[in-house]
Design a protein around this ligand. Structure first.
Ligand SMILES: Nc1ncnc2c1ncn2[C@@H]1O[C@H](COP(=O)(O)OP(=O)(O)O)[C@@H](O)[C@H]1O
Ligand SMILES: [Mg+2]
Length: 372
């Protein structure tokens, strides 16, 4: 059936004694999707991936690949393959033997192995290297060999557990683009886990944000960035300033709030169905804030303030300004545009800022009476 997803997890769970590492997680991944699971260390990503691969038995739920439950299928019989963080290439074997390993296990004859190995190495841009030792490869090439070793087995789903974790920053940036290209070229479903939001944002068709064993939100990079469903997602994906306030009233779809210091703020309910009187957390992204030396320039923006420059983190196009908000005493982080306008801005300077209430997301504060 064309519409059957390649992978489907139905209320999958895993407990270690009385600790629940994965709690009733359900999702499905259509064929050809680059699906990432993004979450902090220890949130249950590897446990979930190991259950899909068959290395760990779920405590509850079901797992389907192309519509068939694989719970009773041993790992080597599942149509999935896994790339590990440390790649796990065999140093004593040459590149061709590494790539052909799974085919030998399957009992494929030597001539066919040689042909298939050469073909897959060509597809990852490493044609003609089969006889060379693994040690002759750069970090990025090893990565491609690790993927070739899996892809030669033609899995329905390729599982990748933080495969860029061991690479240096520059190579990681490059490999992000390369992995995405390899995935679209093979048109194989990838399930990619990472704690690095930028890896997930750049490569994925769909991203699940995982925290404490549950999926908090599943969506495209843009959906997660512009419409985070929970305060955790808003804080974990992209940067955000966080202000505490009390929700007073709603007018025309906008919430009116006030901070403990009496500053009025407008914002949008992130979909949590807040009630007046609740303590809320108000999120605004550093790049949504406009800065001006002249308060009149930002006076119409809805949420406005005045602050003192505490620090300037110059980093070219990614420069940041740390500002002490005069009304609340809070530290706020803002993007500092490098248009030339703020070139001579210095610590201690007074500056006005403002942002649109539509760019402000409001969440229920954890630990208040209504909090869940
Ligand atoms: N075999 C195990 N026995 C007991 N606890 C485990 C085992 N494997 C993982 N855990 C725990 O489950 C939680 C999730 O681990 P893991 O899935 O490795 O997280 P992640 O990959 O997101 O960093 C952690 O608290 C970890 O200590
Ligand atoms: Mg892990």
């Amino acid at each position: 059936m064309p519409n059957t997803p390649d992978l489907e997890c139905r209320a999958i769970s895993k407990s270690f004694d009385d600790f629940k590492a994965v709690k009733d997680v359900s999702f499905s991944v259509p064929q050809g999707t680059f699906f990432s699971i993004l979450g902090p260390s220890g949130c249950g990503k590897t446990t979930l991936l190991r259950m899909i691969a068959g290395f760990q038995k779920p405590t509850g739920g079901d797992l389907l690949i192309k519509g068939n439950s694989v719970l009773e299928v041993p790992p080597n019989k599942r149509p999935v393959s896994m790339v590990f963080q440390h790649l796990a290439l065999f140093p004593m074997m040459n590149i061709g033997a590494n790539v052909g390993f799974g085919l030998r296990q399957r009992g494929v004859n030597k001539t066919d192995i040689k042909k298939q190995v050469e073909r897959v190495l060509e597809r990852v841009g490493l044609g003609g290297v089969a006889d060379r030792p693994v040690s002759s490869l750069s970090g990025g090439q090893k990565q491609r060999v690790a993927i070739a070793r899996c892809m030669v087995l033609e899995p329905d789903v390729l599982l990748l557990d933080e495969p860029l974790g061991a690479l240096d920053l520059k190579l990681r940036e490059h490999m992000k683009i390369e992995l995405k290209q390899l995935q679209s070229e093979f048109n194989t479903t990838f399930v990619y886990i990472t704690h690095d939001q930028s890896e997930a944002l750049v490569m994925s068709d769909q991203i699940a944000v995982m925290n404490h064993g549950v999926f908090e939100q599943v969506g495209t990079a843009k959906e997660l960035y512009y419409e985070p469903a929970t305060a955790f997602v808003a804080g974990f994906v992209g940067e955000a300033n966080r202000l505490r306030a009390t929700f007073k009233s709603a007018e025309g779809g906008l919430l009116q709030m006030v901070t403990p210091e009496g500053r009025a703020l407008g914002g949008v309910d992130a979909g949590q169905g807040l009630s007046p009187g609740e303590t809320v957390e108000v999120f605004v992204r550093p790049e949504a804030v406009r800065l001006s030396r002249n308060a009149a320039d930002v006076a119409q923006m809805g949420n406005t303030g005045q602050g003192r420059v505490e620090n300037i983190l110059f980093n070219g196009a990614n420069s940041q300004l740390i500002l002490r908000d005069q009304a609340t005493g809070a530290e706020m982080n803002m993007a500092l545009p490098q248009t030339g306008e703020f070139r001579d801005l210095e610590r201690g300077a007074e500056i006005a800022f403002g942002w649109d209430p539509q760019q402000t997301r409001v969440y229920r504060s954890k630990g208040n009476a209504h909090g869940k």
